[in-house]
Design a protein around this ligand. Structure first.
Ligand code: UTP
Length: 292
């Protein structure tokens, strides 16, 4: 199964991190020195993705600008001989024609956002990557998934899953565990979005990485609103699981929910501590604040 395209839903309002997201897209929040959207773009590129599809909304033009060339900046850096900075910009620049943008028009939910990408994806399996969830690991989460997907039969769907404490399952999409498929994969036996406390079929939460068959679009087209009055991707996946298999893959890596204030702060510390150029300085600063 060749996965060439990835969809990045970036049309949400980011209400959990207001006021930061009043005029700025949540996906442009910075972890250390890069916006969230660049991390997931890099992760998808590493996984072999060739076309990057952004489902945007109002107030999100900064994302489009981020992936464009900035001629004034390039020219000024060039004139000042700032080679290292120019190299950073060149490194992060997508190939011309490799990115597409479409607008969701109204934030009706993740399922609706994915459906907005239907014509650009076409009739092939594709990845969905949520930019507010980062996974700190090399190789990246999506690369691990694309490799795992090679062992699956045609027309399979694959979800990145990670165990969460039992008292937190009500905050996540949770999947039941069926037959094991190799060391880190299992057949998904039922899915439920944010199950009531004590009713979750397992502790395996569905994280923000999916490999889906294009048949999901047919289901999303008529998917009614679910939890929170939003068109939920999980509900459409439940519909698709009647005719196609879903698998869960336990990925290696630390997951960070950067769409919450505490998760955003934690991610900044984790990513800075993973950087040899910043680690020691940060450790010293932290010691001061922790009083040790
Ligand atoms: P979230 O629920 O985490 O994002 O959706 P949100 O709605 O922006 O955040 P809060 O809860 O108000 O703080 C996960 C991803 O799906 C996108 C978001 O932009 C985010 O990247 N999304 C969500 C859409 O593109 N459209 C939607 O209607 C909802």
């Amino acid at each position: 199964m060749k996965i060439r395209k990835a969809v990045f839903p970036v049309a949400g309002l980011g209400t959990r991190v207001l006021p930061a997201t009043k005029a700025m897209p949540k996906e442009m929040l910075t972890i250390v020195d890069k916006p969230l959207i660049q991390y997931v773009f890099d992760e998808a590129k590493e996984a072999g993705i060739e076309h990057f599809i952004f489902v945007t909304g109002r107030n999100k033009v900064a994302i489009e600008d981020h992936f464009d060339r900035m001629y004034e900046l390039d020219a000024t850096l060039e004139a000042r001989g700032k080679r290292a900075e120019l190299e950073i910009l060149a490194r992060d620049q997508p190939q011309a024609g490799a990115v597409s943008f479409t607008r969701q028009q109204a934030p009706l939910g993740l399922g609706h956002a994915v459906w907005c990408a239907r014509d650009i994806v076409g009739d092939e399996p594709f990845a969905v990557v949520l930019p507010d969830e980062l996974v700190l690991h090399s190789p990246g989460c999506l690369k691990q998934m694309v490799e795992a997907a090679q062992a699956l039969p045609d027309k399979s769907n694959l979800l990145a899953v990670q165990e969460v404490p039992a008292d937190q399952t009500h905050q996540y999409g949770i999947c039941g565990v069926g037959k094991r498929h190799g060391g880190s994969m299992f057949e998904v036996a039922g899915m439920v979005e944010k199950p009531a406390k004590g009713t979750a079929p397992s502790n395996f939460s569905i994280t923000g990485r999916y490999i889906l068959q294009p048949d999901i679009f047919r289901i999303l087209a008529t998917q009614p609103r679910g939890a929170g009055g939003e068109i939920q991707l999980t509900d459409a996946m439940i519909g698709l699981s009647a005719t196609q298999n879903f698998y869960g893959v336990e990925f290696a890596g630390e997951r960070h929910d950067c769409g919450s204030k505490s998760g955003f702060l934690r991610a900044n510390i984790a990513y800075a501590m993973a950087r040899p150029d910043l680690r020691d300085g940060l450790r010293e600063e932290m010691k001061k604040y922790l009083g040790t």
